[in-house]
Design a protein around this ligand. Structure first.
Ligand SMILES: [Fe+2]
Ligand SMILES: [Fe+2]
Length: 249
């Protein structure tokens, strides 16, 4: 018998020994995988328990909230309403009405309570914010005055959304951080409570009444000699009026 034949003859005798060893290794691997899986499950369970303990439970409506948190919450609600108005035509009238009520009440509590309370911290930003509110009210009125069948509705809605979203982000980035740093929490919570109360009242009044209470016209001329300008305009109008009957003939 040559060497190869001898090896072949020995093979059946060694095979069971190697199988037993492989099976042992497999068992060990399975056992260690099971142990690893059990460990992962334990760790994941622990992590989930930790996460659950860190999540703030839902706050009751009358829980104290800082003024800045009240406003940030309203910004997020407005963003959702904009998304809903843009994404679906179903119930669009109701969505626009809700959006108008929310936005006008939000602007109202900022202008009547929040801005006056924080004005000294960022006077330039407050003036800019008031201008953006006025433009927002104008853009909102244009949306509300547009029929659902009008092709311009979505464009006007998009313009309003961009205007207000940029404004909200600027408030959060440049104003609210300063306010939180400079004003103590108890003061901000007291202001927040007053703002929540006025917001509920303004929501109840509805956007038509709230928007009507703002005076967005510039009563005084900002630059130049307005009386002269008005006189020129009146003269031009009078000239056109005088010429009009001739044109009709
Ligand atoms: Fe604002
Ligand atoms: Fe705001």
């Amino acid at each position: 018998m040559n060497k190869k034949s001898k090896k072949a003859a020995r093979r059946p005798a060694t095979k069971p020994a190697r199988s037993a060893s492989a099976s042992g290794k497999l068992s060990k691997a399975l056992a260690s995988t099971a142990a690893f899986a059990a460990g992962v499950a334990r760790e994941t369970g622990g992590m989930l328990r930790d996460l659950a303990s860190n999540v703030t439970p839902p706050q009751p409506n009358d829980a104290p909230m800082r003024a800045t948190d009240v406003l940030v919450n309203q910004h997020r609600i407005l963003e959702k309403l904009f998304e809903r108005a843009e994404s679906s035509k179903r119930g669009l009238d109701d969505t626009l009405r809700e959006l108008a009520d929310e936005l006008s009440a939000h602007i109202s509590i900022e202008e009547h309570l929040f801005y006056p309370a924080v004005r000294k911290l960022k006077p330039d930003l407050i003036l800019e914010g008031l201008e953006e509110h006025a433009m927002g009210r104008f853009a909102l009125q244009r949306v509300l005055g547009t029929k659902a069948s009008d092709a311009s509705l979505q464009a006007r809605l998009k313009a309003l959304k961009e205007l207000m979203t940029n404004h909200h982000h600027e408030e959060e980035r440049e104003l609210f951080n300063v306010v939180r740093r400079e004003m103590p929490n108890p003061v901000l919570e007291k202001l927040g409570a007053a703002m929540k109360k006025l917001f509920a009242e303004e929501r109840e009044r509805g956007h038509e009444a709230v928007l009507a209470s703002f005076d967005d016209t510039l009563r005084k001329p900002v630059h130049g000699n307005a009386p002269k300008r008005r006189a020129l305009i009146s003269h031009a109008v009078a000239r056109r009026a005088a010429a009009a009957p001739n044109r009709r003939r």
